[in-house]
Ligand binder design. Structure first.
Ligand code: PEP
Length: 251
């Protein structure tokens, strides 16, 4: 049985006051009708606060990024070992904003993915194509290349065990444009098939999230697709009402 997930990527938003308010709203509005695991990804400086507020709730938390290196002389970076201090279970790897704004390439992302796994964190690998690539009809080629970078660095066939993949078409992130359920399903299916060429059982159990302008209004039709196991939500995760409604589609 695959794990269903609704994850909120807060990006570079929040404050002590705003986080406390948002989490109090989530705690009071989330109900047990959802079958989804709920995860929030705050900016790293707020992890202690999130740990304190969420520790005895059903809400899990993770980091938006982490270094591929052990602690040392890497000014400005956050080590996976430090995330362990805040009981993080998850880390986003290769979000498109990291790939484009901070020039993270597939090799760097594969190193981050492997390092997080080595330390027992569950990485959520983000993959996706630009609008230009979609128009060129190379979406699957791009996504498979992003997956293969992870596989090529790994030394075992269980590389996607204890991991998740988020398909996030770059043209849909923060734009208000969403992939149609059929477009998203087709890429999710291709991802699962590709992982199945490495390990069929892991592919069947792998949680595949969709991300890209997910809102309460489009979540149910996306979740109705057989290979969509939940969502990575950006903007709408800052609005407790929207976020809770999205979780309620997962039944
Ligand atoms: C994201 O940041 O991963 C994302 C999907 O953002 P949004 O929901 O705002 O498009």
């Amino acid at each position: 049985m695959r794990q269903f997930v609704v994850a909120g990527n807060w990006k570079m938003n929040g404050s002590l006051e705003a986080n406390a308010h948002l989490l109090e709203q989530l705690k009071s509005q989330l109900d047990n009708t959802t079958k989804a695991e709920i995860i929030v990804f705050p900016p790293t400086v707020y992890l202690a606060q999130i740990q304190q507020i969420c520790r005895d709730t059903g809400i899990k938390w993770g980091a938006q990024d982490a270094s591929p290196n052990r602690p040392g002389a890497y000014t400005g970076e956050i080590a996976v070992e430090m995330l362990e201090d805040f009981a993080c279970e998850y880390v986003l790897v290769g979000h498109s904003e990291r790939r484009t704004l901070y020039h993270e390439d597939d090799v760097m992302i594969a190193m981050k993915f492997a390092h997080a796994k080595r330390h027992g964190l569950t990485p959520i690998l983000c993959v996706g194509e630009t609008l230009h690539e979609r128009k060129q009809q190379v979406t699957e080629t791009i996504v498979k290349k992003q997956l293969d970078a992870i596989v090529n660095l790994a030394d075992s066939t269980d590389v996607f065990k204890h991991a998740m993949i988020a398909y996030e078409p770059i043209w849909a992130i923060g734009t208000g444009l969403t992939a149609s359920p059929e477009q998203a399903q087709s890429v999710h299916h291709a991802i699962r098939e590709h992982v199945a060429t490495i390990d069929k059982t892991i592919a069947e159990q792998l949680t595949l999230l969709y991300g890209g302008s997910v809102k309460a209004a489009n979540a149910a039709s996306l979740f109705a697709m057989p290979d969509i196991d939940g969502f990575l939500v950006g903007g709408a995760s800052l609005d407790a009402h929207q976020f809770v409604e999205i979780t309620q589609c997962i039944k």
